[in-house]
Ligand binder design. Structure first.
Ligand code: PBG
Length: 345
């Protein structure tokens, strides 16, 4: 039975716990919950990754249900479709023909390569969009790495020379944001100087600041056929066991002129997002990566999870952890759900 004194009786004779503060009052209706909500998802926060290739037809990606590798025409159609639900930003990832790959990845800065053409087409179709481009050698590398390989090692500074050429070429093509995902030391500063000296002071850098050597990238590598040619990426991507190291990367990227800092993957690294949020005044981006997307899709296909609810919850959690920007394969779908739910405006 209830110990004496805990449960009282109010003046109407009903049970009464003498509790003044009752947080449930702020949750009593949907209208009240919306009034006091701390974080709100918006399609304007999303960057929508799009896989592209030279073929005229699309290819489904088996490990990423609902995602396709697009022809350039289909990429534009997909971006326009996402635009009507409020998505304003896109990042393109190319699958490159093996014949165009080399150790030094020269195709990465070919001005008539697939990426500059894709950028021009997107900016032409949606002039007010924000188009981001990935800076790294892996789609162009015959060795399947983000940098030049010599004697089994990834060369840092020689790779940066290529990344600078790649960034300047992308800026010339009309890219609004270049996003170095390679994790070479010093590349943000070098890219900033290269862009500035060519007159591209307005092109932004979204640095993959804390990019971990993660097994969650598997489906992305399936999509682009970009699995490492040998070994792994642990000599340049961060050790998943390390949190403090992300703060060092953040300080360096900030000093080198990054405009936004990214944490990748997202959900298993929410603590890192929070730590960067507390350390830096720059906008923080979270990459909800391919494996995170695929896990959710797989569970949803089996009927084990409610996809719509779990996806929106997950994306909201990025905001709660401190992310301003979210790269997600759910960008279009989540925006559509938000519109349907009347969650905007
Ligand atoms: C390559 C790159 C990768 C991703 C984005 N850019 C893969 C990798 O580093 O091997 C992964 C994105 C995802 O898994 O969704 N520089």
């Amino acid at each position: 039975s209830v110990p004496p004194g805990v449960l009282k009786t109010n003046s109407r004779g009903a049970p009464w716990v003498e509790q003044r503060a009752r947080p449930r009052r702020n949750r009593k209706s949907e209208t009240m919950r919306r009034m006091v909500r701390e974080n709100q998802l918006s399609p304007a926060d999303f960057i929508y990754p799009l896989f592209i290739h030279e073929d005229n037809s699309n290819v489904l990606i088996a490990s990423m249900p609902g995602c396709e590798r697009h022809s350039l025409a289909s990429m534009v159609a997909e971006a326009k479709d996402a635009w009507q639900y409020g998505v304003r930003s896109f990042v393109v990832f190319p699958k490159v023909d093996d014949a165009l790959k080399s150790n030094r990845g020269e195709e990465a800065y070919n001005p008539s390569g697939i990426v500059p053409r894709a950028v021009a087409m997107l900016k032409d179709a949606l002039p007010d969009s924000i188009v981001c481009t990935d800076v790294a050698l892996d789609p162009y590398s015959s060795k399947g790495h983000d940098g030049i390989v010599e004697n089994g090692k990834i060369l840092n500074d020689a790779t940066i020379e290529q990344l600078c050429k790649q960034s300047v070429m992308q800026a010339k093509a009309g890219s609004d944001i270049v996003a170095p995902s390679d994790m070479m030391d010093g590349r943000v500063g070098a890219i900033r100087d290269a862009l500035d000296s060519e007159g591209f002071t307005e092109v932004s850098i979204l640095a993959y600041t804390a990019k971990y050597a993660s097994a969650y990238y598997g489906p992305f590598r399936d999509a682009l056929d970009s699995h490492p040619g040998f070994g792994d990426k642990k000599t340049y991507q961060q050790d998943p066991a390390n949190g403090r190291e992300a703060l060092l990367e953040a300080r360096l990227d900030e000093l080198e002129g990054a405009d936004m800092l990214m944490v990748k993957p997202g959900l298993p690294y929410l603590d890192v997002i929070l730590r960067l949020r507390q350390e830096s005044s720059l906008p923080i981006a979270a990459y909800h990566v391919s494996g995170e997307y695929s896990m959710l899709k797989a569970a949803a296909e089996r009927g084990w999870l409610d996809e719509r609810k779990v996806a929106l919850e997950t994306l909201t959690c990025f905001k709660r952890a401190g992310a301003d920007v979210i790269l997600t394969y759910y960008a279009k779908q989540a925006s559509k759900w938000l519109v349907e739910d009347g969650m905007l405006g």
